[in-house]
Design a protein around this ligand. Structure first.
Ligand code: APR
Ligand code: PHB
Length: 391
């Protein structure tokens, strides 16, 4: 099998890349180790930055998002039973976000790819990238019980944090920057209308809580829990009681309860692999970087990477110049590090660490007070949340 761009992984990064290349008249093949149902039902975050929304529309993948997605113009911060709304358009010159689940983005892109795009092979597991330092790299993969080779001009590793693509970068050229947090998020899906019309990020001495949503009738909520917590060790009523405590306000706001349909724990990690390119191999999305979920940057960063790659390859096709491909890693990393900083700031402002001192607690409260009191501080948060520009 032969193609111009071999794409490993059919998460949002790989699927959107295949679509962007198709629109630019560049052929690709996508290899995905899991089956279609698994990819379409994996629960992930659900906030699309303004720039992500624009990219999906321009790629012809925004139709259902525009019909079913929920445009949001702000978030609420809570601490010490107080509430403070951050108004995105007012602080950013008109930018906002869209609540539309990553699973839905994937479903839309898969349907488009199967209808109009090049091959997308499910249950095709990449085993290794070979010849990354040459102009004819290949991906060895297993499909329908046979081992096969996909010969390419470029390979893009969109295979997530646990994928194989990153392993093809020689160890002596890799630099890894990493931080793990001593807590994770216990996430639930519940069949109950969201108790607030915007997302609520709450800092409480007992831990962080987040109220989010998937639709007008489905809520998504999270609780900070110690790292390594087993989701089943929390009973349903216990989860609601704890959410109620952490989200409590001084006014008459109430949390509505409903049947919990799903429960899982997400670990929290910050991770960057540099460089994001080695020869003919490019890394995109979670394959190159991870952010903790506070602020929902993961999907949006993946989108930025593949847009950058598709633009660079189109430029090479049109002009013969590899200038933008050569700039890929640096261009992506500038934006990645801004999102790493933003996600770290949001995480450390809102999550009391298990070893936090009274000084640390006071500082967290002071950071929140600052956002509420200073338009400059609030605008900084709003800019980060609605997303850093793609340059
Ligand atoms: N061969 C083929 N496919 C693979 C392999 C492999 N060896 N290893 C992993 N994959 C597939 C996974 O099954 C998954 O479908 O690669 C895909 C990677 O997708 P994601 O993990 O979703 O990563 P990415 O597309 O970069 O999306 C960015 O944003 O919200 C965050 O972390 C969240 O997934 C999200 C990310
Ligand atoms: C989600 O809805 O899953 C979500 C929303 C906001 C975040 C993280 C996750 O910051």
């Amino acid at each position: 099998m032969r193609t111009t761009v071999g794409i490993i992984g059919a998460g949002p990064a790989g699927l959107l890349l295949a679509r962007l290349l198709h629109n630019a008249g560049i052929d690709s093949v996508v290899l995905e180790s899991r089956d279609r149902a698994y990819v379409e039902h994996r629960q992930r975050a659900g906030i699309l930055e303004q720039g992500t929304v624009d990219v999906l529309r321009a790629a012809g993948a925004g139709e259902r998002m525009d019909r079913e997605g929920l445009p949001h113009d702000g978030i609420e911060l809570r601490w010490q039973r107080r509430r403070h709304r951050v108004d995105f358009p007012a602080l950013t010159g008109g930018r906002s976000v869209m609540v539309y689940a990553q699973t839905e983005v994937c479903k839309d892109l898969i349907a488009l790819q199967l209808k109009e795009g090049g091959p997308l092979l499910f249950e095709a597991e990449a085993l290794a990238v070979e010849g990354a330092d040459t102009d004819s790299p290949s991906v060895r993969f297993r499909h329908e019980g046979r081992e096969e080779v996909l010969e390419c001009r470029y390979v893009v590793g969109c295979d997530g944090f646990w994928g194989v693509a990153r392993q093809a970068v020689p160890a002596e050229l890799s630099r890894v920057f990493e931080r793990t947090y001593p807590f994770g998020w216990l996430g639930i899906l519940a069949d109950v209308p969201p108790s607030h019309d915007e997302l609520v990020y709450a800092r409480h001495d007992r831990g962080f809580a987040l109220l989010s949503m998937r639709s007008p009738s489905v809520s998504r909520l999270y609780l900070q829990v110690p790292a390594g917590t087993d989701a089943d060790s929390w009973g349903d009523e216990e989860i609601w009681d704890e959410l109620e405590r952490r989200l409590e306000t001084a006014d008459d706001w109430r949390l509505e309860r409903g049947p919990i349909t799903q429960k899982s724990v997400t670990p929290m990690r910050s991770y960057v692999h540099e460089p994001m390119r080695y020869g003919s191999l490019f890394l995109a999305g979670d394959a190159a970087h991870i952010v903790p979920p506070t602020g929902a940057k993961g999907l949006n960063l993946a989108v930025g990477d593949v847009v950058t790659f598709a633009r660079a390859l189109s430029y090479e096709k049109e002009t013969g110049s590899a200038e933008l491909l050569d700039a890929y890693s640096g261009t992506c990393l500038r934006r990645v590090w801004q999102a790493e900083r933003f996600s770290y700031d949001m995480t450390t402002m809102l999550h009391p660490a298990p070893d936090a001192t009274p000084f640390d607690h006071r500082l967290q409260l002071t950071r929140l007070e600052r956002v509420a009191a200073s338009r400059a501080a609030e605008a900084d948060l709003a800019e980060g949340y609605t997303g850093f520009p793609l340059d």
